[in-house]
Design a binder for this molecule. Structure first.
Ligand SMILES: [Zn+2]
Length: 310
């Protein structure tokens, strides 16, 4: 599970989380957006692509309020996919996404990245058929010590103590080549900043080695468990050979984002399709209408004389 906490920071205000001037509502999912007000006034138009990364966890029924945050029903997930497709969003593969971050070509209009943390069996059972029918690529971050096991790290936080099955080796092999890319979520879902140097290196390099052996290809990307990270964790992640790492701080990603702190939008099981689309448009984890109002109020105030966005 990946709560929305990163290095002790809570979600920032929506405009700061976006890290850029708000997009235009008329074309809210455009992957291009105008440059700063100064650029526009000077007649210089810069186009900066921004790409959301969606973070899901389990796909299946939730049995209490805690689970409802992290699990989306099969019907709910299918509705999300229909909403995304209907709005013109198009997922790209993780290799193309990272190649873009590393300075490669622009991604298609409406590009986003679809990720699932932890590797639950429900992703194969419920999400794979929907995504495969659309040929939509997606990424699952696996725990190399818990393949074929259960999400035991949630026992303390789930009020019912219920755990759920994770993909086994045969299921992982079956999903390869069907639009699914597998990468690392460490060995056992430890909170990385709490580990000593040797344990940290083992979680990072150990999972990379084990998953590479299972998958038969390099495992170049990782998602930090719980989104917990600090400078030492980032340095160790880089040293372990990972090319990019995914955090849980919300917001859009521009090409100059720190590749070891890639932002993701946390999609809850309780998010309606309309809430999901608002998260995509405004780059935050709050898909409520109130958030939209705050977003435009902040934008309006920043444009008033003396407002200056202060
Ligand atoms: Zn997780």
């Amino acid at each position: 599970m990946c709560p929305n906490i990163i290095n002790g920071q809570r979600e920032q205000s929506i405009s700061r989380a976006c890290g850029l001037p708000p997009c235009r509502i008329q074309n809210p999912h455009s992957s291009s957006q105008r440059g700063s007000a100064a650029d526009q006034e000077g007649g210089v138009m810069s186009h900066t692509q921004r790409v959301p990364v969606l973070m899901y966890h389990r796909v299946g029924e939730a049995h209490n309020a805690w689970e409802a945050r992290y699990a989306i029903s099969a019907a709910g997930f299918a509705a999300h996919v229909r909403a995304l497709a209907g709005a013109g969003y198009q997922p790209v593969g993780i290799d193309a996404f990272v190649a873009w971050l590393e300075g490669g070509d622009a991604l298609p209009e409406g590009a986003f990245l679809l990720t699932f943390d932890d590797g639950f069996q429900g992703v194969r059972e419920h999400a794979l058929p929907v995504l495969e029918s659309l040929r939509w690529p997606f990424t699952v971050f696996l725990l190399s010590d818990l393949i074929g096991g259960q999400d035991v790290w949630t026992r303390q936080s789930n009020p019912s103590g219920q755990t759920y099955p994770l993909l086994n080796e045969d299921e992982i092999r079956d999903m390869r080549g069907r639009g699914c890319s597998f990468h690392s979520h460490t060995r056992s879902h430890a909170s990385l900043p709490t580990l000593n140097d040797a344990e940290l290196a083992d979680q990072l390099a150990g999972s990379r080695r084990a998953l590479s052996g299972l998958l038969g290809h390099a495992v170049d990307y990782i998602a930090y468990p719980f989104g917990h990270l600090d400078e030492r964790v980032v340095a160790a992640t880089r040293a372990a050979g990972y090319r990019a790492a995914f955090a849980t701080q919300p917001g859009f990603n521009r090409q100059d984002v720190d590749r070891y702190r890639i932002r993701r939008l946390d999609i809850f099981g309780t998010d309606t399709p309309a809430m999901l689309l608002r998260k995509m448009r405004f780059g935050g984890n709050d898909g409520s209408l109130a958030q939209v109002v705050r977003y435009f109020l902040a934008r309006l105030l920043s444009r008033l004389p003396g407002g200056g966005g202060a």
